[in-house]
Design a protein around this ligand. Sequence first.
Ligand SMILES: Cc1cc2nc3c(=O)[nH]c(=O)nc-3n(C[C@H](O)[C@H](O)[C@H](O)COP(=O)(O)OP(=O)(O)OC[C@H]3O[C@@H](n4cnc5c(N)ncnc54)[C@H](O)[C@@H]3O)c2cc1C
Length: 418
Amino acid sequence: MPDRNVDALIVGGGAAGAACAEALHEGGFGGAVLLVGREPDPPYERPPASKGYLAGTQDRDACLFHDAAWYSQRSIELASRTSVMRLDTAARTATLSNKEVVGFGVALVATGANVRRLRVEGGQLQGVHYLRALGNADAIRADAREAERVVVVGGSYIACEVAATLTALGRHCTMVMLEDAPLSTHFGATAGEFFGALLREHGVELVTGDGLERLEGGSDTSSSGTDDRVRRVICASGRELAADMVVMGTGAMPDVMLARAAGLELGESGGVACAADLETSVRGIWAAGDMCEYDSVLHGGRVRIEHHEVARAQGAAVAAAMLGARRPYSELPYFWSDLSDWCTAEWVGITETPEREVVRGSVQDGAFSVLQLAGGRLVAALSVGRDEDLAHARRLISARTDLSDHAAELAGGDLDAL
Ligand SMILES: Cc1cc2nc3c(=O)[nH]c(=O)nc-3n(C[C@H](O)[C@H](O)[C@H](O)COP(=O)(O)OP(=O)(O)OC[C@H]3O[C@@H](n4cnc5c(N)ncnc54)[C@H](O)[C@@H]3O)c2cc1C
């Protein structure tokens, strides 16, 4: 027997969980809502953890979606520093870390993702950081105060943002990445060259096409003696880089520990398998955000997307379903990245493997869009300083417009006409 019952249970106090709670309130959900999150803070935005919050220009409160009072004033019970330890989908109960057993009517599982930890020699040395939570950003900022040389491992957006932020704080940053150019895996070669040049221009050193072999501690060149702090990064090529600290930007893995133990069906990318309306294999239990692998009507197959705005939109869509408005989730994914205040890149799209690229504007001047096409249709667009292109791209991608005969308009002409 449960100790008590709620009508809606939200597991995970991140972007998706908070958006679901907000939308339930806005939609007039009359029942009891319990939002359980294991972190000490009320739900907050993660993007500032590699940008303004890491830089020290945005304080902790400004990262919160709402303060704790906002939830209590709306009769949303917020259980921070609390984990759901077990989900019994047959009995429809959740066992919390405070031993309470809570019965629920409907539930959202939005447990997000964990950093992908590299099993590498020296990975446990002091000064080696991963970044997922505000607490990690606190530790990186504190360590960076003392560090002169920072090595950032990875070439994706978190690695680039951390390198940009710490460089702007006066640290000397070197990035080590497998890619030929930063951000090229997601945004293509042209964009990669642009971001590479931008980072170099601001003093970031780039080691491309190389991997991490091991980390070494040992003798500190600035003082005497040895310690268990990281001092050197050894690359797969044999190159050695001096380092006082290392930040690993090596990706994230969906956190499905609870879902797997509860018997929810998992998908191929390791997320929780969901139908088009984000419902899991158990009726009345939905998933959203980084761990949700759903049947996308837009993509024509199962996808899992790790973007802030997607997590928010999916959380809201689940609230709508809980309120009785079930429909396929079909929002076009949107993503942005800030490299310090050097540039903001925005992306919309449905695939990351295009057949060809068309560039509008001037890459050299830092105002351009890369339109990515497949099968004659626009499938994605990256834009730096050209918002108007992004708006057109949204329209053209959603309408699945055949652009095979419109090379001139795409390259520089009026997109309005298409
Ligand atoms: C440093 C950083 C920068 C980023 N920048 C951008 C950006 O610029 N643009 C962009 O689009 N995206 C960005 N992202 C990605 C974006 O933040 C994520 O896609 C988004 O946070 C996903 O939201 P979520 O709710 O699925 O998961 P999360 O935000 O990870 O929330 C899940 C929560 O569930 C909790 N939880 C897990 N298991 C349990 C349990 N059993 N019981 C209770 N609670 C549990 C976790 O502790 C966590 O707090 C960034 C991510 C990071 C880490």
